[in-house]
Design a protein around this ligand. Structure first.
Ligand SMILES: Nc1nc2c(ncn2[C@@H]2O[C@H](COP(=O)(O)OP(=O)(O)O)[C@@H](O)[C@H]2O)c(=O)[nH]1
Ligand SMILES: [Mg+2]
Length: 297
């Protein structure tokens, strides 16, 4: 019996959350094509044979531009200190960038922690391109304890990654019960579902400007529970976009979210969504704290 914590890090959009979800075979983290989708570190737990792998999905590491970004990069970097092994994810379709090198600098600071590199999105790469990527890694990033090629999206390379991580797990421990696949609280899972539906339907600044909060839950003995959820944006124009023409967008977000929340809770609910403007909330400490985003160092 072995177990261990595994930090999944990389720059935004390389496929970290997809990878963690596929490793644990559950939808734990939300995924979209927008950088900055993951704002907190989220654990996904896999029991495999006798062993327990605890993956920690993290926000993308990048040079922060506002308090929320600072929180996100801090969350990722702090995670590095508490793990048995680091998985550094690269998007194999893109040249190794200064963004990847910035991540590499941060993980190299955890000198004694083993590091495995994942070349993700191999579904889009030829064998020659993979070979070239290996050489580019050696040249630009240095040596790693293992290099694994994967397609998280198409579940290719999962056993390879599990095998590569196994030597770094700790003997004789287990941290979570067998039926637990995440430590994310239910209220967080619910707000993340709503945020994902919005991210999938919007673009430009809007995905980054959205925060979601449950403001009231009414339990009803003989009927559906009622959830009131606030969606915060930074400007009136963004509010208009999320509500949509005659409320169409908000209605879609509502019905898609409700279905997924009902699956999660295994019961029917009423879902009421309200869109509110909170100017520049990403720069305001008290609001970030209220939303659970801000951490003191
Ligand atoms: N083609 C391809 N796309 C992927 C793969 N893994 C992730 N993606 C896509 O890349 C985007 C970013 O994924 P996400 O997991 O949110 O990245 P994160 O920001 O690193 O957590 C999404 O649109 C995913 O569907 C992969 O193996 N192949
Ligand atoms: Mg993510």
């Amino acid at each position: 019996m072995k177990a261990g914590f595994i930090a999944v890090v990389g720059r935004p959009n390389v496929g970290k959350s997809t990878l963690m979800n596929k490793m644990v075979n559950e939808k734990v983290a939300i995924v979209s094509d927008k950088a900055g989708t993951t704002r907190d570190s989220i654990k996904g737990i896999l029991n495999y044979g006798e062993n327990q792998y605890i993956f920690i999905d993290t926000p993308g590491i990048h040079k922060p531009k506002h308090l929320l970004g600072e929180h996100m990069t801090n969350v990722a970097i702090n995670t590095l200190k508490e793990v048995e092994v680091i998985v550094f994810v690269l998007d194999g379709t893109q040249e190794i960038s200064t963004g990847d090198q910035f991540v590499n600098e941060k993980i190299q600071e955890a000198t004694s922690t083993p590091k495995v590199i994942v070349i993700n999105k191999m579904d889009l790469l030829s064998d020659e391109e993979l070979e070239a990527k290996m050489a580019e890694i050696k040249e630009k990033l240095g040596e790693f304890d293992a290099v694994v090629t994967m397609s998280a999206q198409y579940s290719m390379g999962i056993p390879r990654l599990l095998d590569a991580l196994e030597p770094f797990l700790e003997e004789g421990v287990k941290y979570y019960p067998d039926d637990m696949y995440t430590d994310m609280p239910m209220y967080k899972a619910i707000t993340e579902i709503v945020r994902e539906k919005i991210l999938l339907k919007t673009r430009d600044e809007i995905p980054h400007s959205v925060a979601v909060e449950i403001v009231n839950v009414e339990r009803r003995e003989n009927g559906k529970d009622r959830y009131d959820i606030n969606i915060y944006v930074e400007r009136d124009s963004q509010k208009g976009i999320i509500i949509g023409n005659k409320g169409k967008m908000l209605k879609e977000v509502g019905s898609e979210s409700r279905k997924e929340i009902e699956e999660l809770l295994d019961k029917k609910i009423y879902l009421n969504l309200w869109v509110k403007v909170k100017e520049k909330w990403r720069k305001k400490k008290p609001f970030l704290k209220e939303m659970g985003y801000y951490i003191e160092d």
